[in-house]
Write a protein that binds this ligand. Structure first.
Ligand code: AMP
Length: 211
């Protein structure tokens, strides 16, 4: 079962994917997380990716596709996988299609602009363990401090207001056209992603179970 979780930044793709991954025993592959791992390890790839990510721009297709193909080739992907944040451009989708990897379903998470800004603007990340909080929806017990490890919470560069605006612009111009690409192939199912995470998971599960 190979799935794509698609939608604008802040649609909640990562939250849904991590839960569905556990429920169905297939890996959650987030290209954003893969890049952040490289950035943290200060690899050449990480340094290059960071120069785009911190400005709210997309990392070039070739670099992203190479990294993703390597990940999909790992043995835990044999039973299937959930792609979160890939593809983000038409050329990425075309490369995926040409590579012969069959995608069973594309979940398109639909969310209003107001919700996106509320969700992304309130996010805080632990500088030590990477845990994610939200000022309104999932606040830490002590302000600015991680519940799990005591690390300091910070706002990711790509979650600062001016970068969020840029990311939404990039989504509209480069990523949204993929909806048409997959609709033409009758692979898309739309899911209203405005409600809370816990209301959306059963909707996704119902669709998967009917596949
Ligand atoms: P995310 O965590 O999915 O929001 O990704 C964080 C950032 O990583 C994005 O804003 C992009 O700069 C970069 N990124 C993630 N996935 C891709 C992709 N498929 N193509 C290009 N850049 C990506």
């Amino acid at each position: 079962m190979n799935l794509i979780f698609f939608g604008p930044p802040g649609a909640g793709k990562g939250s849904y994917a991590s839960r569905i991954s556990v429920r169905y025993g297939i890996p959650h592959i987030s290209t954003g997380d893969l890049f952040r791992k490289e950035i943290k390890a200060q690899t050449e790839l990480g340094k290059l990716a960071d120069s785009y990510i911190s400005k709210g721009r997309l990392v070039p297709d070739q670099i992203t596709v190479d990294m993703l193909k390597k990940r999909i080739a790992e043995s835990d992907c044999k039973k299937g996988f959930i792609l979160d944040g890939f593809p983000r451009t038409i050329p990425q989708a075309e490369t995926l299609e040409k590579s012969g990897i069959k995608i069973d379903k594309v979940f398109n998470f639909v969310v209003t602009n107001e919700k996106i800004i509320e969700r992304l603007g309130g996010r805080r990340t632990c500088s030590k363990c990477g845990a994610i909080y939200h000022l309104k929806n999932l606040p830490p017990k002590v302000e600015g401090i991680c519940d799990k490890c005591g690390g300091k919470l910070f706002v990711r560069d790509d979650e600062k207001p001016e970068t969020i605006k840029q990311r939404l612009e990039v989504y509209k111009n480069q990523t949204e056209p993929l909806i048409g690409f997959y609709r033409k192939r009758k692979m898309i199912v739309d899911v209203d992603a405005n409600p809370e995470v816990k209301a959306i998971i059963p909707v996704i599960e119902k669709i998967i179970d009917s596949m």
